[in-house]
Write a protein that binds this ligand. Structure first.
Ligand code: FES
Ligand code: FES
Length: 170
């Protein structure tokens, strides 16, 4: 196997949650590893590492991407938004996070950062989604421990199309 030497490292500069940061990355380093290991933003989770589970989802220039399917170098000069950006500086949850809390939409929370980022992008583009559209987006994520119904309810509550705490019932 070819060894990657230090002189092959390159500086990758990004705006992480509005803050200009940079770090070195090997050419083959995944964006998910760059965010977690080089930038220390461990809110982004890594599960399958081949684009299936969705827990590594972040926004790249405002668009949801699987960071495990993106190279760190592809993010050079671009804006990355992670789950750490959602709550206010005082820790106050944003509307989507609060709706997850209201609707029991998480248990262990491992899948949650990716789901929150997918729906942050989705609700920006489609602020009044149907339940079917929410289910369609959610089909790109795997949650191993909670029911998906609570997540659907949470997104619809955040969009203002369903009241809170319905336990997944319409
Ligand atoms: S870790 Fe990226 S999709 Fe599973
Ligand atoms: S809340 Fe545990 S994997 Fe989704």
């Amino acid at each position: 196997m070819r060894r990657v030497t230090r002189d092959q490292l390159a500086k990758v500069s990004v705006k992480l949650n509005g803050r200009a940061v940079s770090a070195e990355a090997e050419p083959r380093m995944l964006l998910s590893d760059f965010i977690r290991q080089a930038l220390g933003a461990t809110g982004t989770h890594v599960g399958c590492e081949h684009g299936v589970c969705g827990c590594c989802t972040v926004l790249l220039d405002g668009v949801a991407v699987r960071s495990c399917l993106t190279l760190a170098m592809q993010a050079d000069g671009r804006a990355i938004t992670t789950v750490e950006s959602l709550a206010g500086e005082d820790g106050a949850l944003n509307a989507l996070q609060q709706a997850f809390r209201n609707n029991h939409a998480l248990q262990c929370g491992f899948c949650t950062p990716g789901i929150l980022m997918s729906f942050t992008d989705f609700l920006r583009r489609n602020p009044k989604p149907s339940e079917e559209q929410v289910v369609d987006v959610l089909s790109g994520h795997i949650c191993r421990c909670t029911g998906y119904a609570g997540i659907v309810s949470a997104v619809l509550e955040a969009a203002g199309t369903r009241d809170s705490n319905t336990g997944g019932k319409p």
